[in-house]
Write a protein that binds this ligand. Structure first.
Ligand code: TYD
Length: 205
């Protein structure tokens, strides 16, 4: 059977990537494609427990500890959910992946980018997604969308989130083949059209 595809959705908190992932899933299912949805941190089972710690732990967390928890969750997601499904010919859509750690822990928290990339490689066995969407949005608009109820990551401050945004844009410059940047301030329908166009382009290679 033909190998499937692994597609990731990235961007600031409140950028609308989860909505876009669900819309692309609907589009693909209508075409009879076998689609699997997952997320980081999260996935299922063990991943959900790691997610709970990462988002709600109520005492100081060291930046390196935070990185390792995201990476542990990533290894579990890749081994247990993503790779088996892709080998089965399915299309896996994942809400956040390697680029989140580079953008948030690297650019955001200030950890060494090359080291984070190395650790990502260990967590994924040197695999990268076939395609990554980055939904770009200014920090003010994204924070308004998130609202007052912020989790531990969302409470990290404007400067932090500006660095995260710049990090994503920098990554897209480094890997233009894989990472496609979309304007997340457009309407949901327009963004969905862009997503489908880009997907169809890579899929017809
Ligand atoms: P989540 O509720 O999934 O936010 P969103 O709906 O915006 O994706 O929370 C995930 C948070 O974890 C988000 O603030 C980004 C952060 N994160 C990292 O800092 N590093 C990572 O490697 C990953 C996967 C997520």
């Amino acid at each position: 059977m033909k190998k499937g595809l692994f597609i990731t959705f990235e961007g600031a908190d409140g950028c609308g990537k989860t909505t876009q992932m669900q819309l692309l899933a609907e589009y693909l299912k209508q075409q009879g494609k076998d689609v699997v949805l997952t997320r980081e941190p999260g996935g299922k089972g063990l991943g959900e427990k790691v997610r709970e710690i990462l988002l709600n732990y109520n005492a100081p967390v060291s930046d390196r500890c935070e990185s390792f928890l995201f990476l542990a969750d990533r290894a579990q997601n890749i081994d247990i959910i993503v790779n088996p499904a892709v080998s089965d010919g399915k299309i896996v859509l994942c809400d956040r992946h390697i680029d989140s750690t580079i953008a948030y822990q690297g650019y955001g928290r200030g950890l060494d980018i090359e080291r984070i990339k190395m650790l990502n490689n260990i967590a994924t066995n040197f695999q990268k997604p076939d395609l990554t969407f980055v939904f770009d949005i200014d920090v003010e608009t994204s924070m308004k969308r998130v609202g007052k109820e912020k989790d531990r990551m969302e409470s990290a401050g404007i400067d932090f989130h500006n660095r995260v945004r710049q990090g994503y844009l920098e990554l897209a410059k480094q890997e233009p083949q894989r990472i496609k940047v979309l304007d997340a301030t457009k309407s949901i329908e327009d963004i969905h059209k862009n997503v489908v166009e880009i997907f169809e382009n890579i899929n017809s290679y």
